[in-house]
Design a binder for this molecule. Structure first.
Ligand SMILES: Cc1cc2nc3c(=O)[nH]c(=O)nc-3n(C[C@H](O)[C@H](O)[C@H](O)COP(=O)(O)OP(=O)(O)OC[C@H]3O[C@@H](n4cnc5c(N)ncnc54)[C@H](O)[C@@H]3O)c2cc1C
Length: 393
């Protein structure tokens, strides 16, 4: 059998995995259940640790055509509007971490990856292929799709997201947890909001039981806004993209300052997500079983409070590239190396994401302590060198 990696899922994680395998010299067949490659209309932030991987894949130029590169991250009190702390990004991030901090529309990042993959003759992208079953054999893995397609490869990468079916087939553990946090997401052209509300910074507004994050995307021409509140939705959490009315979010913002209320009030169309996650990974066995490797949300879905879910998927992919390009050894051993190198870092980011949520939403004494520490320590508290330096730090 000629060597080949199968990938289930064509989200950011799956496309990054395809790029990584191909760059390591392993042909790829990627199976995406949807009939077209699409991404939801929302932004993501990418730390220098993530941008550096994309630069390594030669995507720097494409990235600079579509992303924004904010100079500052500001933390503000949602009630008073006062600045609590700030972290310089821009040149400081480049100097310290070798790459900038970027903010980007998910669809743009997805397109950058797709555009880079399409000309690669060793990458086959197959749509309308729901991975339904897999069989691990001593020297191969066989995959069946709902449409009856049967494929064989040296390994399968399960990059099929939060509700991963591949994970169920190999780990069979409980479904993801409903966190009790809701995310309202919106994107709006900067020119459509009053000038005083336009911004090229990342701003995080903190209030008891809520926070709001805003940042530029599409070269700074659009503003991405995410409002997180505590609550549940009536409906299926798996259908995580619910059209929603702004009234609910506006009501939750009743006690916030005028600029924040104005920002939320200036946007009409929001999408609502019920945020789900899993407990931080407990071992390498949650990342790899035999010839099946999990990657991205399939392996370590996390709350978005470190803004690193897609980032860790891209780092997973970069690690996969390293082990596939490394010295000749049996495939299972390569995947074990991947699992060993990834699971603790992923677990750490998952745990910090949960903790950040508690800190962001704090009230009373904890809030007072948080605000004081931010004033006293400023950048030292907001910077995350162990994360931004990348996995080798
Ligand atoms: C509110 C919010 C804000 C966020 N902000 C950030 C941020 O700032 N920075 C950041 O890095 N991350 C952020 N994230 C996290 C990030 O969105 C996810 O971690 C990331 O998209 C996961 O990518 P993935 O490819 O693993 O999964 P997905 O994007 O879910 O992709 C999975 C793909 O697999 C396909 N699929 C599913 N099942 C099958 C099957 N059986 N067979 C074939 N295909 C299948 C799906 O159709 C889909 O295309 C945020 C998330 C949320 C909810």
């Amino acid at each position: 059998m000629s060597r080949k990696i199968l990938i289930a899922g064509g989200g950011i994680g799956g496309l990054a995995a395809a790029m990584a395998c191909s760059q390591a010299g392993w042909p790829v067949q990627l199976l995406e259940r949807a009939g077209a490659f699409t991404e939801v209309g929302a932004g993501i932030q990418m730390g220098p640790n993530v941008v550096r991987v994309l630069y390594g894949w030669g995507l720097g130029q494409e990235l600079s055509r579509v992303a924004a590169f904010p100079a500052v991250l500001r933390v503000r009190d949602a009630a008073s509007g006062a600045e609590l702390g700030r972290l310089r990004l821009g040149e400081r991030a480049r100097a310290l971490y070798g790459a900038p901090y970027a903010t980007i529309h998910r669809a743009d990042l997805h397109q950058v990856l797709l555009k880079a993959l399409r000309p690669r003759t060793d990458v086959q992208l197959l749509l309308d292929q729901w991975v339904e079953n897999l069989v691990q054999e001593p020297d191969a893995v066989r995959v069946q799709t709902l449409g009856g397609l049967e494929l064989q490869g040296d390994a399968l990468v399960g990059a099929d997201g939060l509700w991963s079916h591949v994970r169920q087939l190999v780990l069979g553990d409980a479904p993801p947890r409903v966190t009790g946090h809701l995310a309202y997401r919106a994107m709006v052209p900067q020119r459509d909001v009053p000038e005083r509300l336009r911004s090229q910074d990342v701003t995080v507004w903190l209030g008891p039981g809520l926070h709001v994050v805003q940042y530029p995307v599409r070269r700074g021409e659009w503003l991405n806004v995410v409002g997180i509140v505590e609550g549940r939705i009536n409906g299926n959490e798996e259908e995580w993209d619910h059209a929603t009315h702004a009234e609910d979010l506006r009501a939750a913002m009743a006690h916030t300052c005028a600029p924040l209320k104005d920002l939320v009030g200036a946007i009409d169309l929001w999408r609502l997500w019920a945020l789900c996650d899993r407990a931080p990974m407990r071992g390498a066995h949650e990342q790899v079983r035999g010839r099946v490797a999990l990657l991205g949300d399939a392996a370590h879905p996390m709350r978005p409070y470190m803004a690193q879910g897609a980032g860790m998927a891209i780092e997973d992919a970069a690690c996969l590239q390293q082990v596939l390009a490394g010295p000749e050894r049996p495939l299972e051993q390569r995947l074990q190396l991947y699992a060993q190198q990834r699971w603790q870092r992923n677990a750490r980011v998952q745990a910090r994401s949960i903790r950040n949520g508690e800190i962001f939403h704090a009230s009373g004494l904890v809030r007072w302590g948080r605000d004081l520490s931010m004033r006293l320590l400023g950048e030292r508290l907001l910077d995350v060198p162990w994360l931004y330096r990348g996995p080798t730090a």
